[in-house]
Write a protein that binds this ligand. Structure first.
Ligand SMILES: *Cc1c(COP(=O)(O)O)cnc(C)c1O
Length: 346
């Protein structure tokens, strides 16, 4: 499919002349910086950060095997979700399509921006309903948001289904791969060059263990990345985040070790949970959490909370009646979780 990104983007964004910061306009070498009204007295933080995070992007590009021109970094992937909606969806006119049950931020960002939300629920086994999706899109649909592994169900979406949506939809498909490092599959980044309308989100908040630093990655055709760079806040990634992440990226062994423990614990927890009589169903998971259907989710949620353990009650979400979402903790935390659960009579 020939995708005309220029035509898809909002008119005012297409013609926008972006803010040009002092550091944007400067290239070359200098010893004395009197261009940005910074405080001259040295500290690790007296200078503005690199607005385009070049060093960090080069390092991430090498790990992900994707050109830096196809990478946008955001203050969490939530920033990328918001910017994509703002760049491509005209308020009070355009729409996004989501596939409930799914991550809540797509709808919240659309609502904030007065962008319509179309819904095509997943099937009961949490896969895409292709017919429903393709029937639901119309002229106003600019972005389809898919999440794989999906939050809150935990499963990977069928790859062939995702490809069908990407190749048939005449707009952007944003594939949120926040949990891809737990899934054991490479995900869609290796296919990026084949699909000019595919946008992939990943984050350092989950497997990488850096949620507090706020760094989200968005991979897409360089045309799309250029648009995001144009509308982002000039200095969206702060100096400490850029520096600390750079130093952590070298440590891929720690990432792999942590992921391996979490996956082992997940299956241990699955076994233990299945022995509890009020546990009805434990859904398959390719992520670092389990979706568990129980007899009375709200009672169990409250009782666990009273014991000092917070779970995520997803009972009110489509297809998740009486479901709790349980994040895999440390071995010690998981042991305590099961001990407390066993004391709930019900
Ligand atoms: C946790 C999560 C994110 C989080 O993104 P940040 O990078 O922390 O903003 C994004 N998408 C999904 C599906 C998530 O579950």
């Amino acid at each position: 499919m020939i995708m005309n990104i220029e035509k898809l983007v909002r008119k005012n964004i297409r013609s926008l002349k972006p803010y040009s910061s002092a550091r944007d306009e400067f290239t070359g070498n200098a010893d004395i910086f009197l261009d940005a009204n910074e405080n001259p007295f040295p500290s690790p933080y007296n200078r503005y950060p690199d607005p385009l995070q070049r060093e960090l992007k080069t390092a991430i590009s090498n790990i992900k095997n994707i050109s830096p021109a196809q990478l946008f970094l955001g203050n969490g992937s939530d920033e990328a979700i918001d910017l994509l909606i703002r760049a491509f969806c005209e308020p009070y006119a355009d729409a996004i399509l989501i596939t409930p049950p799914t991550y809540g931020m797509y709808k919240v960002c659309a609502d904030i921006n007065a962008v319509k939300v179309q819904e095509a629920a997943l099937t009961p086994d949490f896969q895409l309903d292709l017919e429903k999706i393709l029937d639901s899109v119309d002229q106003t649909t600019k972005i389809i948001f898919l999440c794989s592994p999906n939050n809150p169900s935990g499963n990977l979406l069928d790859e062939a289904d995702v490809i069908k949506i990407v190749s048939r939809f005449n707009g952007l498909v944003v594939l949120d791969e926040a949990y891809i490092d737990f899934s054991g599959v490479p995900g869609f980044t290796p296919l990026l060059d084949q699909y000019p309308n595919l946008v992939i989100l990943q984050t350092l908040s989950k497997a990488w263990g850096l949620a507090g630093l706020r760094l989200g990655m968005c991979f897409a055709a360089d045309e799309i990345i250029t648009i995001l760079n144009k509308i982002k806040y000039p200095y969206n990634i702060n100096i400490s985040t850029q520096t600390i992440v750079l130093s952590k990226l070298n440590n891929q062994n720690e990432l792999k070790k942590n992921v391996a423990i979490i996956l082992e614990e997940r299956e241990l927890l699955r076994n233990k949970l299945s022995d509890i009589h009020w546990v009805k169903e434990i859904f398959p998971s390719d992520a670092n959490f389990l979706l568990v259907r129980v007899e009375d989710a709200t009672t169990i949620y409250t009782q666990m909370l009273n014991s000092g353990i917070i779970l995520r009650n997803r009972s009110n979400v489509a297809l998740c009646e009486n479901c709790l979402r349980i994040t895999i903790g440390t071995p010690q935390e998981n042991k305590l979780l099961i001990e407390k659960m066993k004391t709930i009579p019900l």
